[in-house]
Write a protein that binds this ligand. Structure first.
Ligand code: ATP
Length: 685
């Protein structure tokens, strides 16, 4: 059957796939039956550009729901509009661990290649490079690292700068490692993993679930250029995933798309492939042109994710020698990036928001190169549209042409984000939702459990869960998510004292270290990665067997994304959420998810003793920093932080759980900024 223009045209009524198409207004849905048979499509691509006609054959997968909504919301182009969501949130670039407050640091250092303006921005009242808006000033400085500020509250917006002061010793976090090498390294290990994946499927993945994320459509049935097809084949991809199948034809048509698909189901390729196809059809500027345009701009919230997306693009571009991808991320030398972007093809730029702003502010001719952007992609769009990123994003949107195609992808798109998507998207954008109606946003093959137990037991319970899991699966690969960077460091220290094979990753580590550890974890088995939320979204570590979340996740979305590090590509996985009794309220926000109540693992006196001894070995400065960070994190939580006296009691409970009967003293200045001066139970210094 031949259908013109839209592959999911309502004319395909004989199909057996249930499809929801929403036309104006955006939320009115029309259910239709569509086909499970191949049909030929012909459509014109990217109407704004002089492109060729394409034909493709699309087969529909049976009995899978894909909702495509055409929205009536409008795009504000470059305008900066106040968010209607009205929430503020500190889930910010490179994670939430900037919720940690490490005290005042040296502000007098100069940064190579960074403009005074951007330095100033970093410095506004903040030694760690956090910047804030005027409301922060009213709210008091360090009192909010805003885990749930998205839902409102008095906390200050805390936007962490792209360049972390990872360097504990006061040395700048300037990396010697060329990012190109990092990207190539990641691309290399991705290729290797893909090859291994093709040969040896993990035994734990049943044939049924392992295939569930794939559609019946093969890439070679679509109107993809032969060079891209070669790259796809080499990457080991044969069939499209559901989200790729659903979005490719729409994106190729040149429409703005907002797409929601579960974690680990190939969203990166879903936006990269049509973007590459669009560039392939453009006139290619002279290699030596002084200011060649950037055609595709991909924004990712974290450095790891940006490197990963650039590596994926690099894989797909293998047979497109004239198209190049570059990544610009914080924690690396700005001047190196400038040289690289000048010396190499850079039609695709993958960036973290803060670093991109730095380039807009400081890099010669960068702004004019951005005028060539035809496709803007926001990966983890709900996170990027959140208030924590809003200023950077408004700036970025203002820097790219209004006449462009915009693609928003995420595994979670809360309703409030749909309400504000007009800041980036065209009025007639399509909303593609591959999460079937009535089904959960998490994977059914991932077993989720929660345990509510006193804080005092948390470390012993964590140790027990880990030892049990390790005993069950020699190929264990575990992610332990912690609330802040400093809590991450302390727990990693503890587990390592317990002789577990542990690595840690968070924003207070230098970027070269982060890249190394991330790469190691990607390739390893028999390893535990203790992490802050820098690993929560998008990071594609294959074969993670268990995700443990210790303490309150910042919100429902973050719970889903963290959990989504396991069960990728249809594989099996487990998730464990460990909460204290006063954190139990969080369960209400995920009550629609199948999270079973776990029974408390028996904690013998031996286990307790071992944990106690290990805690006594944990460095005091790590415990002190963890205490302060913990206090900052929960202080900014709307619910927990409301009653300051109670908050301090709980913090001191946390202190005791680390083996410190007397809570560490906190600098007066910081207590003041947290709004915790003179709260009984705190020690000031
Ligand atoms: N068509 C395909 N066939 C097989 N594997 C694929 C295909 N497309 C992508 N993949 C692989 O699937 C894995 C998950 O992809 P990706 O990281 O893009 O997922 P995601 O949906 O963006 O996840 P998240 O929501 O966590 O960001 C990657 O290893 C990627 O290489």
């Amino acid at each position: 059957m031949t259908a013109l223009l839209h592959p999911f045209s309502t004319t395909n009524s004989s199909s057996s796939m249930k499809l929801r198409v929403t036309t104006h207004p955006p939320h009115r849905a029309l259910s239709i039956l569509t086909g499970a048979f191949p049909f030929k499509l012909k459509y014109r691509v990217l109407s704004a550009r002089p492109l060729k006609d394409y034909s493709c054959i699309i087969c529909r997968s049976l009995s899978r729901g894909v909702a495509v909504h055409t929205s009536a919301l409008s795009r504000g182009g470059g305008e900066s509009r106040p968010g209607r969501v009205g929430q503020r949130k500190s889930l910010v670039e490179d994670g939430h661990e900037d919720k940690d407050e490490g005290g005042v640091r040296d502000m007098g250092r100069s940064r190579n290649g960074v403009s005074s303006e951007s330095l100033k921005r970093r410095r506004v009242g903040n030694p760690r490079g956090l910047h804030r808006d005027s409301k922060d000033k009213e709210a008091g400085f360090f009192d909010g690292f805003s885990p749930q500020a998205k839902r409102g509250g008095r906390e200050a917006i805390r936007v962490m700068e792209d360049v972390d002061d990872d360097s504990e010793d006061g040395v700048l976090s300037v990396e010697e490692e060329d990012l190109n090498e990092v990207v190539l390294k990641v691309a290399g290990s991705l290729r290797q993993l893909d090859r291994e994946d093709g040969v040896k499927p993990r035994p734990s993945a049943s044939a049924d679930t392992a295939e569930s994320y794939l559609s019946q459509t093969r890439f070679d049935q679509c109107s993809i250029s032969p060079l891209s097809l070669k790259g796809i084949k080499e990457a080991g991809y044969e069939r499209m995933t559901l989200v790729q199948e659903a979005t490719l034809p729409i994106i190729l048509k040149g429409k703005d798309v907002m797409a929601k698909a579960r974690t680990g189901t190939g969203k990166t390729v879903a936006f990269l492939l049509p973007a590459i196809e669009a560039i392939a059809k453009l006139h290619h500027p002279d290699r030596f042109e002084k200011r060649p345009p950037i055609n595709v701009l991909v924004i990712c919230p974290t450095r790891e994710l940006a490197c990963q997306a650039a590596a994926e693009a690099d894989k797909l571009l293998k047979y497109h020698p004239s198209i190049g991808v570059q990544a610009v991320i914080g924690g690396t030398r700005l001047t190196l990036e400038q040289k690289r972007m000048q010396a190499n093809p850079c039609q695709i730029l993958v960036a973290t928001p803060g670093r991109l702003r730095d380039h807009i502010d400081t890099t010669t001719a960068f702004a004019s190169r951005l005028k060539g952007v035809q496709i803007l992609v926001l990966d983890e769009a709900d996170h990027l549209l959140d208030m924590g990123f809003r200023k950077d994003l408004d700036r970025i949107i203002a820097a790219v042409p209004k006449q462009r195609q915009t693609l928003l992808f995420s595994a979670t798109i809360p309703e409030e984000v749909r309400q504000i998507c007009h800041v980036a998207l065209q009025k007639d954008h399509e909303f593609v939702n591959t999460v079937e109606e009535g089904s959960e946003e998490t994977h059914s093959q991932v077993r989720q459990m929660h345990l509510v137990t006193p804080l005092d037991d948390h470390f012993s319970v964590l140790y027990s869960i880990l030892t049990e899991h390790i005993a069950e699966d020699v190929d264990y690969k575990v992610l332990v998510f912690c609330t802040t960077a400093m809590v991450t460091r302390m727990i990693a220290n503890l587990l390592s004292e317990l002789n577990m094979n542990v690595r840690e990753i968070h924003s207070r580590k230098p970027q070269s270290y982060r890249t190394r550890v991330s790469d190691e974890f990607r390739k390893s088995k028999g390893l535990i990665l203790v992490t802050s939320d820098v690993s929560a979204r998008g990071v594609d570590y294959p074969d993670v067997t268990l995700v443990i979340q210790v303490g309150l996740p910042s919100d429902r979305e973050q719970y889903i994304h963290r959990l989504g590090r396991t069960g990728r590509k249809g594989k099996q996985g487990k998730g464990f959420l460990l909460l204290a009794p006063w954190e139990e309220f969080f369960l209400a926000s995920v009550k629609d998810l199948p999270i079973a109540k776990a029974s408390s693992p028996p904690i013998g006196s031996n286990t307790r003793k071992r944990v106690e001894v290990a805690l006594s070995q944990v460095e005091m400065k790590n415990k002190e920093a963890a205490y302060q960070a913990w206090l900052g994190y929960y202080n900014s939580n709307k619910k927990v932080g409301r009653d300051k006296a109670r908050l301090v009691q709980l913090a001191n409970e946390f202190s005791r759980s680390m083996g410190l009967d007397q809570p560490p003293a906190i600098p007066r200045l910081i207590l003041g900024k947290m709004g915790l001066k003179n709260v009984p139970g705190l020690r000031a210094k």
